[in-house]
Design a protein around this ligand. Structure first.
Ligand code: BG6
Length: 508
């Protein structure tokens, strides 16, 4: 993620591309949902032409090929030549992660490959063993590894895991995936902030009153009960995805043009966030969670978290950064709201206290940026209303995060991966409130915005802004220009948006 990245792979540090891709956990969920489609797309789009070796305990090469075909079919991937190339490239090593013989078999299967990329799509508890066996079999020489989140369970285990990995792999060869960093709208936060000079003078404690990152998800934990009950919302998405988003929102401009320049600034933000105290967070659990397969009947794991971060930097001192996320909430949306300070005086003597101006970044499922402000209502009185300038992204050629990230790892580009110090700094933020059964979470009904107690993390009259399910179609839309449209909307008091058809004019 260099300042000049602009979607292209970073070429500032030439490295040797991987000459084989190995994935452990070949019959697992992640391989089915992400790795097969990503590899097939890399074959189609970049001509990836290396052996692809699956390692798993059960099955054989033919069943792995069949699983790859099923995965691609389930994802609507219809490029026949790429499907054939993927299945032709597939190799299979049957065995177990704790058996060094499996790894010797892998080394034989690697043949002439000297720079394999090993993707550890296995539970984090197995990372240590795999790494040790990769070394013992000679498979780690000249190699890189990709490890999935969650990287560790807490600060101590993350530090220990980093130590284990570093005994075998140097940091430049370790690729810690956080797929949020591979998302186009998340990259756009970085781009938008530093490609527009007008933001810098107001992007600080003098003008911003609070920052809010909402990631509600309507789905329950479904078939992931066993995994989720070992994790909870804080480990699952706060420690990684959402703190990464905060780091991009709060960082200083990178100095220099190396990939490290951005990662250095992200680290500094994470390192400056005060470790969370119990009063900074409200945990929740939806009713019915304890009945999910794989979940302990007396589980105290949180499926919801609302929290307030203190970013202790010169720029942000005193500005609360709020995060709210949970399963079984009303909508599935990720949205950032940067609320500005109100004018110092009410010049027009309006009796209704105005909503604050804001910048809203919708990161998913659609991508848009809006600016909420006040404009005068037509008429003689100096009375205004809330309007919103809205720019929607037209879906184009962006690549799904896993395709982009696996492609980057194959080429040795670490820009969009989490660095050791950042991962540990993020664990330091949440470490004190991981709880592990000490405090029962607050119950909430599925389909609501979480437990009512969530308001207690807010300060100074702030409120939660509930993202709307869809960016609404409104009257007053001005002609689209290069993918951007203008519109006026009135923020609803609950924080969603309602059409501007009630008298609000288009903003031009
Ligand atoms: C994953 C979490 O990392 O991110 C899931 O394990 C969560 O619980 C998912 O649903 C959200 O990612 P996305 O890309 O669907 O927004």
């Amino acid at each position: 993620m260099t300042a000049a990245r602009a979607g292209a792979r970073n070429a500032s540090q030439p490295t040797t591309p991987a000459d084989a891709v190995v994935f452990f956990g070949a019959t697992g969920d992640l391989a089915f949902k992400q790795i097969f489609p990503a590899l097939a797309a890399l074959i189609r789009d970049e001509g990836l032409d290396v052996p692809i070796i699956g390692v798993a305990r059960s099955g054989d090469l033919e069943s792995l090929r069949e699983r790859a075909r099923q995965s691609l079919q389930a994802h609507g991937f219809a490029h026949e030549a790429a499907i054939k190339a993927l299945t032709d490239h597939l190799r299979y090593v049957k065995g177990s992660d704790d058996d060094v013989a499996t790894f010797h078999a892998l080394r034989r299967e690697l043949g002439d490959a000297r720079h394999p990329l090993h993707y550890l799509a296995v539970p984090p508890a197995l990372f240590g063993e795999v790494v040790v066996n990769l070394q013992a079999s000679g498979c780690s020489t000249g190699a890189r590894i990709i490890v999935e989140k969650p990287f560790g369970r807490d600060l101590a285990s993350a530090v220990a895991l980093n130590e284990t990995i570093h005994k075998v792999f140097a940091e430049p060869d370790v690729f810690r995936i956080d797929h949020y960093l591979g998302k186009e709208p998340v990259q756009n936060l970085l781009y938008f902030r530093f490609a527009n000079a007008f933001l810098e003078p107001i992007w600080n404690r003098d003008h911003v009153s609070s920052v809010q990152v909402n990631m509600p998800e309507a789905m329950d934990v479904a078939d992931r009960g066993a995994f989720y009950d070992q994790a909870g919302a804080i480990r699952d998405v706060v420690q990684n995805h959402l703190l990464q988003v905060v780091s991009l929102l709060a960082m200083e401009a990178p100095s220099g043009h190396t990939p490290e320049a951005v990662r250095n600034e992200q680290f500094k933000v994470l390192d400056s966030i005060r470790p969370l105290a119990p009063a900074d967070i409200v945990r929740g659990q939806y009713r019915g969670y304890r009945g999910v397969a794989g979940v302990a009947p007396d589980s105290t794991v949180e499926t919801f978290a609302a929290l307030r971060l203190h970013v202790d930097t010169w720029r942000w001192a005193g500005v609360p950064f709020y995060i709210r996320t949970g399963k079984c909430l009303p909508v599935t949306v990720t949205e950032v709201l940067v609320e500005m300070k109100r004018p110092p005086q009410s010049v027009f003597g309006e009796t209704q206290p105005a909503d604050a101006d804001y910048l809203r970044f919708r990161l998913s499922p659609d991508m848009s940026i809006s600016l909420g402000a006040r404009a005068k209502k037509p008429g003689e009185a100096m009375v205004g209303e809330a309007v919103e300038l809205f720019a929607a992204h037209q879906r184009g050629t962006e690549r799904p995060p896993y395709e982009r990230l696996i492609g980057d790892a194959i080429h040795g580009d670490q820009s969009l991966f989490s660095r050791e110090d950042s991962v540990e700094a993020a664990w330091r933020v949440v470490d004190g409130v991981l709880d592990d059964g000490k405090t029962p979470p607050n119950a909430y009904e599925p389909g609501t915005w979480g437990p009512p107690e969530a308001v207690t993390v807010l300060v100074r009259g702030d409120r939660w802004h509930d993202p709307a399910a869809t960016p609404d179609t409104v009257e007053g839309t001005v002609p689209a220009k290069a993918g951007a449209g203008g519109r006026a909307t009135v923020p609803d008091v609950r924080g969603g948006t309602v059409p501007a058809g009630r008298g609000a004019g288009a903003v031009r």
